[in-house]
Design a protein around this ligand. Sequence first.
Ligand SMILES: *Cc1c(COP(=O)(O)O)cnc(C)c1O
Length: 399
Amino acid sequence: MIWYPYAQMKNLKTPYKIIDAEGVYLKTSDKNLIDSISSWWCMIHGYKNQELNQAMKNQIDKFSHCMLAGLSHEPVEKLSEKLESYLPGDLNYYFFSDSGSVGVEVALKMAMQFNKNRGQNRKKILALKNAYHGDTFMTMAVGDDEDYHSAFPKNPDVIHIQTKIPDLEKAFCDFGEQLSCFIVEPLLQGAGGIRMYDISFLKRARELCDKYDVVLIFDEVATGFGRTGNRFVSDLVLPDILVLGKALTGGYIGHALTAASKKIFDGFYGDSQDLAFMHGPTFMANPVACALALKSIEIFEREDYLSKIKKIEEIAKRELLGFEDPRIADIRVMGGAFCIEVKKSETLKGFPEFAYKRGIFARPFVRYMYGMVPYIITEEELVRITDTMKAWFTENSSH
Ligand SMILES: *Cc1c(COP(=O)(O)O)cnc(C)c1O
């Protein structure tokens, strides 16, 4: 039996069975569904992209996998070379792993060992309220999401703050010298409720991290590759460690990247093996994943995805902002993400089925009805999504 995620298996609704997928469409036996959430935000080029398919096939025909200890290969070397010019600042040291959660674990371990290696005993971690960084234990600890992780104990060494500058300043004032790192989803908090905040918060965070010598980690697993309208938020404020995942491989297979600055890398560099970073996933830098990532970046640049995302943002704003209903608490749009937050979670019960009938795959959670669309979506397809979201309110007065 398949054990489904985040589900009470006793009353699981039968999942829609996908038999084919192409462009923005997921196909079931009776429907062509626009995927409004890009399969958990990763399918930025849509499904069955011919170039990605070909890149994957080419690499499979050579070899699908080899380990990265004692061995290297062209896809990882080419990807690393590309990333050195593509990623901002001196984020030039690349540790690969198999999923976003592991990529974040790697970042946290790096920050902790970086401090240990330089003889500093910093025990605390600063993180944000409503943060989501993954489902493994340490990522849950820096996360703050009762809807996902309430079954597990809190970690007393993690401090959670609001995305407000006075809270930030107070935390550094109180704990600055004890902090090993500050981890954030920059500008857009995804699984914690598609929450958006201002860049001024991150600029101040950078200043305070410099002042107190705290490692700043950007978890851009969700925001990387254009989701906020910026290529990376790290283009605006430079972190010490950047984590990418989800869209890194165009959504084709799981892979993550933890990119460190020279300062972090140098903290591990020396004559003693004790200083070395002790981590190594079996599938790190899988050659198929690397070949996909390289091709995905090529398409992203060549097809000027940032202007496509700008267009998505304009249309979503035009269609959603100003829409009113007494059940709605807030409507927000940023880059390729848009969200209608309702006051009560019951308001969204039945919306996936309603959307399915109208040819949309949607998966609202808690109080958030949202879209994180593939960037190749047309205006007409996008408006079908926003119309469906609005119709849920205008055509239903009962829920
Ligand atoms: C999805 C997500 C993760 C976890 O990635 P997985 O590949 O699901 O392990 C971590 N951080 C953020 C911000 C995410 O959105």
